[in-house]
Design a protein around this ligand. Structure first.
Ligand code: THU
Length: 159
């Protein structure tokens, strides 16, 4: 039996180590938490993505009394971007989450379903998407969604 060691790169830094463009994206994600409709979980997630043309699109989680009918912040942002700007790849996506006490301590990381969707978008445009995940303690950064979803299922998995 062999062991397959995967090389996954996740950087960790403080806000003051980031460039202005990344700070701006995190700021938009933070503001987007105000648009979350999280009546049931009281977990307010904001996402902001930057398209290839520089435009920023935001998203926030939207909940429903029938739980599965709601949607995560990442997918509201990504689907809105694709519906409105289908020819634009996504360069970077920032993610922030607050609870009723404010910004959470550890960086929020995308749920499994969102990782699958983000990877699909990366594949669609054949362009890596950086993901910045922000919490009080710092920022995780990956340069590609592939680093969030090893052994993934994509188009080529069906060949
Ligand atoms: N949520 C997101 O918006 N993004 C994630 O990646 C994790 C979970 C939302 C879904 C739900 O509205 C709330 O957080 C609690 O799970």
């Amino acid at each position: 039996m062999k062991t397959i060691n995967l090389n996954i790169a996740i950087r960790y830094c403080q806000l003051d180590e980031l460039t202005g463009a990344d700070l701006e994206l995190i700021d938009h994600a933070m503001k987007a938490t105000d648009n979350a409709y999280a009546e049931y979980s009281h977990f307010y997630v904001g996402a902001a993505l930057r398209l290839a043309n520089g435009r920023i699109v935001i998203g926030a989680n939207q909940e429903n009394a029938a739980f599965p009918s709601g949607l995560c912040a990442e997918r509201t942002a990504v689907f809105s971007a694709q519906a409105n700007f289908p020819d634009q790849s996504i360069e970077s996506l920032a993610l922030v989450a607050c609870n009723d006490n404010g910004l959470i301590d550890n960086p929020v990381t995308p749920c499994g379903a969102c990782r699958q969707v983000l990877l699909g978008v990366e594949e669609r445009y054949a362009h890596p998407m950086r993901v910045l995940m922000y919490g009080k303690s710092g920022v995780y950064i990956v340069d590609s969604v592939k680093d969030l979803l090893p052994l993934s299922f994509v188009d080529s998995s069906m060949k």
